[in-house]
Design a protein around this ligand. Structure first.
Ligand SMILES: [Zn+2]
Ligand SMILES: [Zn+2]
Length: 127
């Protein structure tokens, strides 16, 4: 049973609040995500498992790039037979490879890679 409800807070806007007293560690709500992807203003992450990857200033990532499209993908995601190589990344991989959309690997001083901000919205529209 759902132990949470949507409320509207004057300061925070729409938010989820518990509908009754809950114990620490108790599950309040369980939902499947609509899409998986890097969060906004993220550093360079693997597009299959979202672990942070180390890329040099020249955009070189120790081989942590997808063989097909050249976007960030760690070695274990690239080799994962169970997810057919890349998992969540497969959708945009085909699009990027076909359109030759390259990954520059640029990271701002605060560690943000703005080029990855397109991934999650793109996954929503490619359905
Ligand atoms: Zn990975
Ligand atoms: Zn790829």
């Amino acid at each position: 049973m759902l132990k949470a409800r949507l409320e509207h807070d004057a300061v925070y806007g729409r938010c989820l609040a518990t509908a009754e007293a809950v114990q620490p560690g108790e599950i309040v709500v369980e939902e499947l995500p609509f899409a998986y992807g890097p969060k906004r203003d993220s550093g360079i992450v693997c597009l299959g498992c979202y672990r942070y990857l180390q890329f040099g200033e020249d955009g070189d990532g120790d081989g942590d790039r997808c063989e097909r499209c050249d976007w960030p993908l760690c070695g274990s995601c690239a080799d994962d037979e169970e997810t057919a190589a890349g998992g969540d990344h497969r959708g945009e991989c085909e699009v990027f490879a076909k359109a030759r959309v390259t990954f520059a690997g640029n990271v701002s001083e605060d560690g943000v890679c703005p080029q990855l901000d397109c991934i999650t919205p793109l996954r929503l529209v490619e359905g």
